[in-house]
Ligand binder design. Structure first.
Ligand SMILES: NC(=O)c1ccc[n+]([C@@H]2O[C@H](COP(=O)([O-])OP(=O)(O)OC[C@H]3O[C@@H](n4cnc5c(N)ncnc54)[C@H](OP(=O)(O)O)[C@@H]3O)[C@@H](O)[C@H]2O)c1
Length: 267
């Protein structure tokens, strides 16, 4: 679809990847509902940057783990933007809410992961479908490798939640296909200016060095703008027949074979 004048809700766009998505959409003239949880100043900064790109926008506060907040968020989208063409489900709680290894995982950590990803996407997609004209776009920001692997032990709850998110996207793609609404998943790799760069600096440097050593063929971590660019591609008219797919935006990291040392694999 031509993007100028379209309306998008990007959850978790106060910072990180969500902000990168909001700014790329704004560059194309999309009006943005900038959603946040607690960081009002960061959300205002995103909105200012949206407006600096010539787009309109509004701020919406909501806790996406709360069903009543999700309904209020979409009611506000309808009031402030007059409808919705693009829904990007991106928000994810801070690590402290869910990051525990399997034997220490409490129900509250489990709920924070599942409710913020699977439940928020389920309710958000249902609400979006009511606001969207035919031909709209729904995009889930996942981390799909964590839904099929088990090595990153404290990620268990979020890995399960991302697996559920990926599955939900496929079911909604089928349900909304007759209306020309596409539903896809974007799976970023390690991305700068996000939760990864807020880890202790030695951890972030180790992650960066790992990817630059060749475990990402493009030898760098991603940026929020890389993910925003992928969202733009899926929102274009030319992508109207792509639905139910997972697009890995990771410089090729997800196609690496981790069974053998990299030195052996290089020709
Ligand atoms: N970063 C990576 O390398 C990476 C890799 C793969 C996938 N991803 C996925 O990309 C998405 C964004 O990650 P990120 O690293 O950019 O995140 P981030 O910088 O930590 O930002 C998280 C966003 O979610 C919002 N949020 C937190 N808890 C919330 C809640 N309970 N209800 C509503 N909103 C809430 C935050 O709002 P406030 O600012 O108000 O707190 C913020 O806008 C996530 O789904 C993540 O799993 C990230």
């Amino acid at each position: 679809m031509p993007l100028q004048g379209k309306r998008a809700l990007v959850t978790g766009s106060s910072r990180g990847i969500g902000r990168g998505i909001a700014l790329k959409l704004a560059e194309r003239g999309v009006n943005i509902a900038v959603h946040y949880h607690t960081q009002t100043e960061a959300a205002k900064e995103t909105l200012a940057q949206v407006q600096a790109r010539g787009a309109k926008g509004c701020l919406i506060q909501a806790d996406v783990t709360r069903t009543e907040d999700i309904q209020r968020m979409f009611d506000q989208v309808q009031r402030e933007l007059g409808g919705l063409d693009i829904f990007v489900s991106n928000a994810r709680p801070e690590l402290a809410a869910f990051y525990r290894p399997p034997l220490d995982l409490g129900v509250e950590h489990w709920r924070a992961a599942l409710d913020s990803q699977a439940q928020a996407f389920l309710l958000g997609s249902q609400a979006s479908a009511k606001l969207m004209p035919d031909g709209g776009r729904i995009i889930a920001i996942s981390y799909s490798p964590s839904g099929r692997t088990g090595s990153w032990q404290p990620w268990i709850a979020m890995g399960a939640a991302k697996a559920a998110l990926d599955a939900l996207a496929r079911y909604f793609a089928v349900a909304l296909g007759p209306r020309g609404i596409t539903v896809n998943v974007i799976s970023p790799g390690a991305t700068d200016d996000s939760v990864v760069s807020r880890l202790p600096s030695e951890v972030f440097q180790a992650i960066r060095a790992w990817h630059e050593s060749g475990w990402t063929p493009m030898r760098r971590v991603g940026t929020p703008a890389d993910i925003g660019n992928a969202v733009i591609l899926l929102c274009m008219d030319e992508a109207s027949f792509i639905s139910g797919q997972t697009i890995h935006v990771d410089g090729g990291a997800s196609i690496m074979d981790s069974v053998f040392p990299l030195e052996i694999q290089r020709g």
